[in-house]
Design a protein around this ligand. Structure first.
Ligand code: G1P
Length: 297
């Protein structure tokens, strides 16, 4: 059985839900507290044992490459001013892991973006982490939990959690049968079904471990929902060819592609930070007193 060593992070989307912030800046660079969202994703991959990362970029995404690269001027300036802690912080980002980039030249959907990773992936199982989903865990990182599941079942794994019935139309939904506490076998998949048509409320939440056989399928996958080549459609086909499981991972998942989800991630991340918690909590306690909240206009 091959080890899961490689991860693909699609980051080519326009980020229209965050306009105007994303007009000239990639949405993946929006900070949750003081760290770009994509860095949370890269850190999860590294903490899960991933050795090589491919980021699929598009137009206006140069800032992502600059973020994970050395910034000689900044490093010299910090060194000159004796700001050693900041210097170490900045250096640690560029030394994190081997990151490769490829540009998706046309916005044809997530399935097409993943197809761009074919040469990078080769003939190994690989992880996919979507940048809109940040998962906070106290112990084992989300992707590591999934790799453990892959090691147990030796087949493709979809990261899922149950969502509210009224939210099923935002996600890829699993038609499955429970195999163990946190594991379902995947019999079918539907991309963003209407509430009445959803086979369950088990939703794919931005984490996948996929066998390379997906590339032969993606080559011929026709545009689906929204006129885009959907990864979910290709996975549905793969599930017909071989076993596939869905793993209900532990952790708090934030949809940082959504404004409310982004705010939740920001508030809760700040509350978990020793340097901010106390003052921020005092502020929040004050602000939730009804009168204060109503005075903010
Ligand atoms: C994508 C996938 C969908 C998945 C979701 C998770 O949709 O197509 O199957 O459930 O990510 O966040 P998107 O939100 O990019 O439209």
């Amino acid at each position: 059985m091959s080890k899961v060593r490689k991860a693909v992070i699609p980051a080519a989307g326009f980020g229209t839900r965050f306009l105007p912030a994303t007009k000239a800046m990639p949405k993946e660079m929006l900070p949750v507290v003081d760290k770009p969202t994509i860095q949370y994703i890269v850190e999860e991959a590294i903490a899960s044992g991933i050795e090589e990362i491919l980021i699929i970029t598009g137009k206006n995404k140069r800032a992502i490459e600059d973020h994970f690269d050395h910034s000689v001027e900044l490093e010299l300036e910090l060194e000159k001013k004796g700001k050693t802690e900041l210097l170490e912080l900045v250096n640690s980002i560029s030394d994190m892991v081997d990151i490769h980039y490829i540009r998706q030249k046309e916005a044809k959907g997530l399935g097409h973006a993943i197809y761009c990773a074919k040469t990078f992936v080769g003939d190994e199982p690989f992880a996919v982490l979507l940048g809109d989903d940040i998962v906070y865990t106290e112990d084992t990182p989300c992707l590591k939990q999934m790799i453990n599941c892959y090691d147990d079942y030796e087949t493709s794994v979809l990261g899922v959690q149950t969502v509210k019935q009224e939210d099923v139309s935002k996600y890829g939904i699993v038609d499955g049968k429970q195999l163990a506490d946190n594991v379902y076998s995947v019999n079918g998949l539907v991309e963003k079904p209407a509430m009445e048509e959803a086979p369950s409320n088990v939703a794919i939440l931005g984490r996948y471990i996929i066998n390379p056989a997906i590339f032969d399928i993606l080559k011929d996958t026709e545009p689906g929902k929204g006129g885009e080549i959907q990864l979910t459609d290709a996975l549905k086909e793969l599930a017909l060819q071989e076993d596939m499981v869905a793993y209900d991972f532990e952790g708090k998942r934030y949809d940082v592609g959504d404004k409310l989800g982004f705010l939740e991630a920001t508030v809760e991340t700040a509350l978990r930070r020793d340097d901010l918690r106390e003052d921020f909590l005092t502020y929040l306690e004050k602000i939730v007193e009804k009168e204060t909240v109503q005075n903010i206009k």
